[in-house]
Ligand binder design. Structure first.
Ligand SMILES: CC(C)(COP(=O)(O)OP(=O)(O)OC[C@H]1O[C@@H](n2cnc3c(N)ncnc32)[C@H](O)[C@@H]1OP(=O)(O)O)[C@@H](O)C(=O)NCCC(=O)NCCS
Length: 164
């Protein structure tokens, strides 16, 4: 089996492309399946911000089945953005979300989404990609470490305002 670029990746022909409004409902459904919480308003806002504004620096990519072009069979998604100068940082790419359909995991779909996002960043002149993972999320940690990410130069600090 091959994807649209000709790589052998998964049993299902895969296409990585920018999300369109047709993907909104499948994205809400996939996220609800994974997190147990439906957030239609949140995703509508993400679509509006990442799908239609500053699209040269904001990327909402989806993986769907290449052989069903009229009916998005969503297999995964990734959302990222170029951000610059916060925290004294040169512009870099941030990945905010990555999710693969639980029935489609460990077929390299997450990896292909990650690499597609890195290509988007490279194409706009960015050479550093960052993300943040919860300490207890060993799955996210294994995935991002497996893709080559390592600890960066920043430490996240926080404080509970009720205790301050
Ligand atoms: C993390 C996730 C995106 C990985 O997607 P995937 O398509 O299954 O991953 P891939 O098949 O591309 O695997 C790539 C690498 O990730 C790591 N990995 C993936 N699944 C793993 C698992 N279950 N355990 C350990 N490592 C794993 C491995 O390093 C793997 O490379 P390897 O097979 O050579 O060891 C997917 O498991 C997922 O969507 N998890 C839930 C995400 C979530 O909670 N999203 C909501 C908030 S954003």
């Amino acid at each position: 089996m091959t994807d649209t670029s000709g790589d052998t990746i998964t049993e299902t022909p895969l296409r990585i492309r920018r999300a369109t409004i047709d993907h909104l409902r499948p994205v809400v459904e996939l996220d609800a399946r994974i997190t147990g919480q439906a957030k239609p308003e949140y995703w509508a806002d993400i679509f509006e911000r990442y799908g239609s504004r500053r699209v040269d620096q904001r990327f909402f990519l989806v993986a769907d089945a290449a052989d069903r072009p009229d009916e998005p069979a969503l297999m995964g998604l990734i959302v990222g953005e170029v951000r610059g100068w916060e925290f004294g940082s040169e512009p870099c790419g941030w990945i905010f979300a990555v999710s693969v359909d639980p029935d489609q995991r460990q077929k390299r779909i997450g990896e292909k989404l990650f690499r597609a996002m890195c290509d988007e960043f490279r194409n706009v002149g960015i050479n550093t990609v960052r993300t943040m993972v919860q300490r207890q999320s060993t799955l996210h940690m294994s995935f991002f470490r497996g893709e080559g990410m390592v600890a960066g130069p920043y430490i996240q600090l926080e404080m509970n305002l009720d205790d301050a």
